[in-house]
Design a protein around this ligand. Structure first.
Ligand code: BES
Ligand code: ZN
Ligand code: ZN
Length: 470
């Protein structure tokens, strides 16, 4: 399906269907009010009504704000996809909602069909967005950028959705090196021999029972005159069985998505390089599979991390933080960055705290929290801040090592996981670091907003918005 922005009067574009967005106020006194009333259409948010004889699809919106427009555009694209129309046109409602319209169309029509032996053909081939904007070039730039960010989000979704027998640490490394060569990025990949030389024993322990070698992936986007340097770190558990602290049969299903942090940072560096941002970006991924076996790491093991901090393992299912501890240390040792942001499907507790739609944001810097909550509102991603405190920090105390990998109390699990990571952030970087727990927001089993079944690509739109405003 193609999507284009045209500097034309909408009446001069010939398509089978015209899409019109209506608020309930617009509905009163509308030319088609009577027939729409007969059809029971009240212009409620996300409702749609076809007038086939007239060639019009009406879509209800509660306001002309971006969130409402994005969501209504998703209803529109789903209705068009289910029809047999081949092309449609609609006007850009407001310049400020163009990005939301593009996201609604591209992200709302996303499908992952790699494992289906037959796929229904979609008739819809083209969508034209019309604008009479005098400064068309400016709007075209917004449009092109929205397409890049939406496609990078789909790229992230594709990797998250790929089955774990196909997507393991080794194949993720191959995929990352292909991304690097396609997008002109520098690429460094370390297997287990090099990880040992680098003293990354905390990360290595997690992957020990897997038949696949753990991998550290480092991609770099280097523009000519970067204004800032940003390090992105992603949890890349291509499968999380829980290890010897085995997950239950039902909790294990969907754990292919435990690589979503890694997939998100790959999507972010792809977007940044295609947007040609003048920010140097380093993407670090710890790609590991958490399995069981005779050589698996165990509760009671003491791990010596790259930083030298010793860790008492009390639960092998709290493995993401063990991988991130070493990757965060490696990132800080190798790049002097202005911002260090990690993305991880780290805790079920984050969903308990914020619900499954919201990314949990943790860190010390009020300024970064403020900047990211602004980026959240502008990008349409939901962000909720979870506050650290010293009482929760004490719950990670170990009697035998420097820190325990789980809290001694059952509450505040997203925050104690964040505080565990904090232990591996150097003093000089405390105010440069933010942790994003995407356990809920990265994956969905039912559609919401512009997300459909599977990976959502959480983080990509948010980070693109943040980086564009740096
Ligand atoms: N990958 C999981 C977290 C998770 C759970 C992500 C559900 C998405 C959906 C993580 O490795 C994990 O298992 N965390 C444990 C931590 C606990 C053992 C302290 C959890 O959340 O139960
Ligand atoms: Zn786990
Ligand atoms: Zn995990």
């Amino acid at each position: 399906m193609n999507i284009e922005l045209l500097n034309k009067n909408i009446t001069d574009i010939k398509t089978e269907i015209l899409v019109e967005f209506l608020t309930s106020q617009n509905l009163e006194g509308h030319l088609d009010a009577d027939i729409l009333n007969k059809a029971g259409f009240k212009a409620e948010q996300d409702s749609i009504c076809f007038l086939h004889e007239k060639g019009i699809l009406f879509c209800g919106i509660e306001s002309k704000k971006s969130d409402a427009v994005r969501s209504a555009t998703v209803s529109m694209i789903k209705a068009l996809k289910a029809s047999n129309y081949t092309d449609a046109k609609l006007s850009v409602l407001k310049n400020s909602t163009l990005q939301a319209m593009v996201e609604g169309i591209i992200l709302g029509s996303y499908e992952f069909n790699n494992y289906k032996s037959s796929v229904k053909e979609i008739s819809l081939k083209n969508i034209s967005l019309a604008t009479n904007e005098l400064d068309f070039d400016e709007l075209k730039k917004t449009f092109d950028e929205a397409v890049i960010i939406s496609k990078a989000t789909c790229f992230t979704r594709d990797i998250v959705n790929t089955a774990p027998q196909e997507l393991n640490p080794e194949t993720l490394a191959i995929l990352a090196s292909k991304l690097a060569s396609d997008n002109n990025l520098e690429c460094e990949i370390f297997g287990e021999d090099r990880l040992k030389e680098e003293n990354m024993h905390s990360m290595l322990a997690v992957g020990r029972a897997s038949i696949h070698e753990s991998q550290l992936i480092h991609l770099t986007y280097k523009p000519a005159n970067p204004k800032k340097i940003i390090s992105l770190v992603g949890k890349g558990l291509t499968y999380d069985s829980g290890g010897l602290s085995l997950k239950s049969a039902t909790s294990m299903v969907t754990m292919k998505m435990d690589k979503a942090g890694a997939c998100a940072v790959l999507g972010m560096i792809k977007a940044a390089s295609e947007l040609k941002l003048d920010v140097e970006i380093h993407a670090f991924v710890g790609a590991v599979e958490n399995m069981i076996g005779g050589n698996a790491y165990k509760p009671d093991d003491i791990l010596v991390s790259r930083s030298g901090t010793t860790i008492e393992v009390r639960n092998t299912d709290a493995e993401g933080r063990l991988v991130l501890a070493d990757v965060l240390t490696y990132a800080q040792d190798n790049v002097k960055a202005d911002g260090i942001f990690d993305f991880a499907t780290l805790t079920g507790a984050c969903m308990v705290a914020l619900g499954q739609y919201t990314t949990g944001l943790m860190g010390h810097s009020h300024k970064l929290k403020h900047d990211f909550s602004k980026a959240g509102s502008a990008s349409g991603e939901l962000i909720g801040s979870l506050p650290f405190n010293r009482h929760l920090k004490k719950l990670l105390k170990s009697e035998i090592a420097d820190i325990s990998n789980v809290s001694s109390k059952p509450y505040g699990g997203a925050i104690t996981a964040g505080l565990f990571l904090d232990k591996f952030i150097k003093e000089e970087n405390k105010n440069k670091w933010m942790h994003f727990d995407i356990a809920g927001s990265a994956y969905t089993e039912s559609s919401w907003d512009c997300n459909v079944y599977g990976g959502t690509g959480a983080g990509v739109r948010l980070m693109s918005e943040y980086l564009r405003n740096l």
